[in-house]
Design a protein around this ligand. Structure first.
Ligand SMILES: Nc1ncnc2c1ncn2[C@@H]1O[C@H](COP(=O)(O)OP(=O)(O)O)[C@@H](O)[C@H]1O
Ligand SMILES: [Mg+2]
Length: 414
């Protein structure tokens, strides 16, 4: 065994023909040039510049799909502002919080406290108390405080907009300090989830990040590739393919960088000295596989059971099932686990969700004068479902389970 590993380790250490610095392909790497975002950088820069003279800047609402450079631009501009402020001795501070990772109002507010040096216990206070500490702490500091709330949509959709409500009104009660908010959302429809008053004070300014096209992604990748790869280790065709694939998705720079990194790793594993288009194709499959595995793992219990029911039907050669058939198997699996099944109507909603995730395919078929019916097919490879669910502590034993509702001969089922 150790011989096998020795071989792998040796190959890894000896093969450094490809990457010069793999780290620069990571999502959180902040490049010092952001091509094709000059307009957004200017807009945000102009909006926050008044803080250098001690004024509060307008609140900004930034939105655009994932991988369009929102986080990178916000961090870039604000770190420059903070740097300039030091030079001018202006009392400016900025705090970046990723709301999705923070997960709760409590954690967002305690993040703000931490950045202004106010102690908050990990748990134990009420959200209101933590917020009061933010307020009190700020007022003693006498600063202009810029709060960047990234991925705010994730928090608002789960917890509502009370955090934003409090923050947009905080200036009314501060005497010595001022707060400006930069809200960032991946979801363009966030507005629909917000109270109109909260939305209007948050969006004193709005900045939109459009998706990149293939040629823009090509330029972004080229800049990054110069730092990441050894000279001559990346073929032009491979780079263009990464850009084209990511542009076809939704102009996502993160996706493009992932393809580039994984393609480099594939080339490295194969002992090649140049990353080629084939390596990119392989990287694409690899990433897609991981995406599906991740999606399967993160499903709720009932969605997993619905998918598993379609899996069992598929195994029994029912390649296209109606909701009622799925429900019978699903109810049986619930019985096996001792959980109460949801209603058939709810199951139908879960089927639609699984369809929009691309794990199932649900199609409405017209039956002429017999009306319409929904036919549902498995869109995920059976081997993949087996692979992921077999290691699930609760569901594992249901993967090989022989469903009684399926033991009838296929032609007796309608
Ligand atoms: N214009 C750009 N130039 C260079 N790198 C970029 C650019 N836009 C995005 N990136 C890179 O792409 C990745 C995703 O960008 P990010 O700012 O996280 O997107 P978002 O926050 O919109 O999801 C990051 O690694 C970032 O450095
Ligand atoms: Mg982001």
């Amino acid at each position: 065994m150790s011989n096998i590993l020795d071989g792998i380790f040796k190959k890894c250490i000896n093969n450094n023909n490809i990457f010069k610095n793999r780290e620069v392909l990571r999502h959180d790497y902040l490049p010092d040039k952001l091509p094709h975002r000059e307009e957004q950088i200017t807009q945000l820069g102009e909006t926050v510049a008044p803080v250098l003279k001690g004024s509060r800047s307008s609140n900004v609402f930034i939105y655009g799909k994932t991988g369009t450079g929102k986080t990178a631009v916000a961090k870039y501009v604000l770190s420059h502002v903070e740097f300039k402020a030091k030079e001018f001795n202006a009392p400016v501070k900025f705090c970046y919080v990723n709301c999705c990772m923070a997960g709760s109002e409590y954690r967002v507010f305690s993040g703000l406290c931490q950045s202004i040096g106010v102690y908050v216990p990990f748990t134990g206070l009420s959200v209101g108390e933590v917020f009061d500490r933010v307020r009190a702490g700020l007022d003693t500091l006498k600063i202009v405080f810029i709060v960047v709330l990234d991925e705010i949509d994730a928090l608002v959709k789960v917890r509502g907009d009370s955090l934003l409500y409090e923050l947009t009104r905080i200036n009314e009660t501060l005497c010595n300090s001022k707060v400006s908010i930069v809200g960032i959302s991946n979801d363009l429809r966030l507005k629909e989830f917000l109270d109109p008053r909260v939305f209007s004070s948050l969006s004193e300014e709005e900045i939109v990040f459009r998706p990149y096209d293939a040629s823009e992604l090509g330029n972004i990748l080229l800049e990054r590739a110069k730092l990441a790869f050894h000279e001559g280790a990346l073929s032009e065709a491979a780079l263009s393919l990464c850009a084209a694939l990511a542009a076809a998705e939704h102009g996502d720079a993160r996706r493009a960088l992932d393809l580039l990194r994984v393609a480099g790793e594939v080339a490295e594993r194969k002992g090649s000295s140049v990353v080629t288009e084939e390596h990119v194709r392989e990287a694409e499959k690899h990433i897609e596989h991981n995406r599906v595995v991740e999606a399967l793992r993160n499903l709720t219990l009932h969605s997993k059971l619905v998918l598993l029911s379609v899996y069992h039907l598929n195994r029994a050669n029912v390649h296209s099932a109606i909701t009622g058939e799925i429900y019978d198997v699903y109810a049986e699996l619930c019985g096996e686990l001792g959980v109460t099944p949801l209603t058939q109507r709810r199951l139908s909603t879960l089927v639609n969700e699984l369809d929009s995730m691309g794990l199932l395919n649900a199609k409405i078929i017209s039956m002429g004068r017999y009306g319409r019916t929904k036919k549902i097919r498995l869109e995920t490879a059976r081997t993949l479902i087996r692979e992921v669910f077999a290691s699930d502590t609760r569901l594992g034993r249901l993967v090989e389970y022989e469903a009684k509702s399926l033991s009838k001969p296929a032609n007796s089922r309608s």
